[in-house]
Design a protein around this ligand. Structure first.
Ligand code: COA
Length: 264
């Protein structure tokens, strides 16, 4: 039986003096990714739309870790908002070392029920949001010789039903991971992806859960946010200093056997 990793795997203070910016860092998987970085010494700026939720998450994370987490509300779809959050992070903390592109929107919808605007909305949040924030952050990441993690998914590996909008966005994000690894590598910036499979107790699973009821996981348990958090610490650590352009799949090798009929 496999176990969920604890937070004591890596050296404490691994990221002391370093600054992380995480979109979507106020909840779910990205919150756990952020918290793990702060637990290892980083200071974090979290960015997403809901000001109240962000402020509460920042306070809770700071209390739990003893570190600093600063909330900035805004929309990854809006270039002015992403420029503002990067400016705030750099003005407040003097540098930017790590970026996690995690903000995402999703719902189950069959092709016949997916409107033009619904498809566009998810592409804009996931894909354009990832581009926008990276575009704004890149000059500072080049300065610090930092690193990026793009959060994608495994949906597009098999053409998961009712998930074409998210799958298309995540496939394109995986492509950006490789393109940016090539273009930013010469500047000392590593760019990797993490593709989580079904992770329990997250908004994603709440929304998509019913479709994954028939999944088979060889490791015999659902993913936990800590599985993704520890992978994040590894990919940002010096242990991964020769790793760029990969998408690390964190899914226990889940095999989706999805219920493909119904009225989503
Ligand atoms: N099924 C089909 N279409 C849906 C839908 C659903 N469950 N939910 C929203 N849409 C459509 C809307 O009808 C609208 O299209 P229309 O104008 O043709 O009617 C379009 O998507 C945009 O919806 P809207 O609510 O205006 O967008 P938003 O920007 O406020 O919200 C969402 C974006 C829809 C992705 C919203 O679910 C969200 O913000 N989620 C964030 C959290 C999240 O989903 N996390 C999951 C991580 S896996």
């Amino acid at each position: 039986m496999t176990t969920v990793p604890t937070t004591k795997i890596f050296k404490e203070n691994l990221f002391t003096g370093k600054v992380l910016l995480c979109s979507g860092g106020g909840s779910g998987i990205c919150r756990a990714m952020t918290e793990a970085m702060v637990q290892h010494g980083a200071t974090a700026v979290i960015f997403s739309r809901s000001k109240d939720k962000l402020e509460k998450a920042a306070k809770e994370m700071a209390l739990k870790t003893g570190g600093e987490v600063f909330p900035v509300a805004g929309d990854v779809r809006n270039p002015k908002d992403v420029e503002r959050v990067v400016e705030i992070a750099v003005e407040k903390y003097g540098r930017l070392d790590y970026l996690i592109n995690g903000a995402a929107g999703n719902f189950l919808a069959a092709f016949d029920h997916l409107s033009y605007n619904a498809f566009k909305t998810v592409i804009e949040i996931d894909l354009l949001g990832t581009f926008n924030l990276t575009k704004a952050a890149a000059p500072h990441l080049k300065k610090s010789k930092g690193a990026i993690i793009n959060v994608s998914a495994t949906l597009h590996y098999t053409g998961t039903p009712f998930q074409q909008h998210a799958g298309a966005a995540k496939a394109a994000i995986d492509a950006l991971t490789k393109h940016w690894a090539v273009e930013l590598g010469p500047h000392g910036v590593r760019v990797n992806g993490i593709a989580p499979g079904p992770i329990k107790d997250t908004v994603g699973m709440e929304k998509l859960g019913p479709a994954f009821e028939h999944s088979v996981v060889p490791l015999q348990r659902m993913g936990d946010v800590q599985d993704v958090a520890q992978s994040t610490v590894f990919l940002f650590s010096e242990g991964a200093s020769y790793i760029t352009g990969i998408v690390l799949v964190v899914d226990g090798m889940s095999i989706f056997i999805m219920f493909c009929s119904g009225d989503h």
